[in-house]
Design a protein around this ligand. Structure first.
Ligand code: HEC
Length: 195
């Protein structure tokens, strides 16, 4: 008996899902979609414990558009994350070194992406870079959908690092200049090694 029952229910299941008739018609009517059973967001529901169709988000959920976009302390991890995001989302236009050299930039004849090493953009604080990512600028669209709020600060930190990598030492902020001088001294060959 068992195989018979199984095959009978299989036939039923297959035939109940058979919509092919609707698709075979040249001009199928979709009006049936208006009358099919459905649950609207604010309707009551017997299915869920809270008696509502709309369910509460799990505890601790942060809505994507309310994720705080606050300056983050600069750490190695943040800069590393910023590099990945920069190379994923920005480098296609701004070039992997942020110098505006890219295949895409070559095609943007009207107003190509500027080099981040121009004095004007070098002077941008991280918050300005974050704002450009959030809102776009001129021909550049907003990247807020792709770059999460905390990632925006990471990208800004990496752009600042790219800029510093091309700056003459005399133009570096004092703390960076001190760090550079220290590391230069450490790396300089000691008098014992020099012949
Ligand atoms: C599709 C190409 C494209 C991508 C991708 C892109 N940009 Fe841009 N960006 C531009 C263009 C073009 C401009 C110049 C727009 C103008 O002057 O109208 C620009 C300008 C800028 C500026 C200068 C704004 C100013 O005040 O002059 C900054 C900073 C910037 N982009 C950062 C970024 C960052 C960070 C990313 C990655 C999240 C990014 N861009 C991704 C094309 C792009």
């Amino acid at each position: 008996m068992r195989p018979l029952v199984a095959s009978a229910s299989l036939v039923l299941a297959v035939s109940s899902c058979d919509n092919s008739e609707a698709f075979r018609k040249m001009n199928p009517s979709w009006s049936r979609m208006l009358t099919q059973p459905r649950a609207d967001a604010y309707d009551p529901s017997e299915v869920f414990d809270n008696g509502k169709v709309m369910q509460d988000p799990p505890r601790g959920t942060i809505p994507a558009d309310l994720e705080p976009s606050e300056p983050l302390p600069i750490t190695r991890e943040l800069v590393v994350l910023g590099r990945t995001s920069f190379e994923t989302y920005c480098a296609a236009c701004h070039g992997i070194l942020g110098d505006g050299q890219s295949v895409v930039a070559e095609k943007m004849l009207l107003r190509p992406p500027p080099s981040f090493h121009e004095a004007r953009i070098r002077a941008f604080p991280p918050a300005t870079i974050v704002q450009v990512i959030e809102s776009g600028y001129g021909f550049m669209p907003s990247y807020a959908v792709m770059v999460r709020p905390h990632e925006r600060w990471a990208v800004a930190a990496y752009v600042k690092a790219l800029q510093a990598s091309r700056m003459p030492a005399s133009e570096l902020p004092p703390d960076l200049r001190d760090a550079l001088e220290k590391s230069d001294k450490q790396n300089a060959p000691s008098s014992k090694e020099t012949p």
